[in-house]
Structure formats: structure tokens, C-alpha cells
Write a protein that binds this ligand. Structure first.
Ligand code: DGP
Length: 113
């Protein structure tokens, strides 16, 4: 399957990876909606949250922990930030590879959607 984020994981698309470990990688969103807008993605392909089960509890916890550390590194921990996972068409998901948005650096709207 040709997945753009799998290609980033595989290093086939040039990308500034700002964090990586055995489970996840993180990079800046190509179309940032806030001064800090990062994506944390699992190396393993999951099409969306729908595929996540009990088995992925450690992975999901790890993604959030990495997001929190990156928020600290980017200097938005104190001012606040938002973690978002869009799921499926009506959830606004455009890229069908699970990803966690880390957004901050400006006042985000209280409205979701
Ligand atoms: P979503 O709507 O939740 O599926 O968000 C997908 C995000 O992925 C969107 O904000 C733009 C970003 N994106 C798409 N393609 C690329 C890419 O090739 N590189 C990077 N860095 N970000 C991408």
C-alpha cells in the first residue's frame, strides 16, 4: 500500500524528523495551523483509531508521552497546547495513517469543529 506517512517512516520522502524511537517518529506538519504544529505517528501502519485495540494501549500511551515531551521542548508546555487525533472522513482525517497532532503557540479556539 502506498501510504505517505509510511514513506516518511521509510525515509523515502525528505522530512525533518524531530524525534524518533523504535515505536514512533515526529515531524512538523506541512500545513501548520499554529506556530507549533507537530505530528507524532507510529512507525507501524494503522489506518485510523478504528484499528486501535487493547493491544495498542502501550503505544497510545507512548505517543501521548512523546507529545508531552515535544511540547516541553518546543516551549509550549506552560502556555498550553492541544492534542488531536482525527478519525475517519467526518472526523476530518485526511491522511489514512494514525497520527497525533500537537498544536500550540497561539490561543486556540475553544470550539472543536
Ligand atoms: P489529518 O487531517 O488529521 O489527516 O491531518 C493530516 C496532516 O498531515 C495535515 O495537517 C497535513 C499533514 N501532512 C500531509 N502530508 C504531509 C507530508 O508529506 N509531510 C508533512 N510534514 N505533513 C503532511
Amino acid at each position: 500500500m502506498d501510504c505517505i506517512f509510511c514513506n516518511i517512516v521509510a525515509g523515502k520522502i525528505p522530512n525533518d524528523i524531530i524525534y524518533q524511537d523504535e515505536e514512533v517518529i515526529a515531524f512538523r506538519d506541512i500545513n501548520p495551523q499554529s506556530p507549533v504544529h507537530l505530528l507524532v505517528i507510529p512507525r507501524k501502519h494503522f489506518t485510523s483509531l478504528v484499528q486501535i485495540t487493547e493491544r495498542e494501549k502501550p503505544l497510545m500511551g507512548h505517543m501521548v508521552t512523546v507529545a508531552n515531551q515535544l511540547a516541553k521542548d518546543e516551549g509550549i508546555s506552560e502556555t498550553g497546547y492541544r492534542l488531536v487525533i482525527n478519525c475517519g472522513q467526518q472526523g476530518g482525517q485526511l491522511v489514512p495513517h494514525l497520527h497525533l497532532h500537537v498544536m500550540g503557540g497561539r490561543q486556540l479556539s475553544g470550539q472543536l469543529g
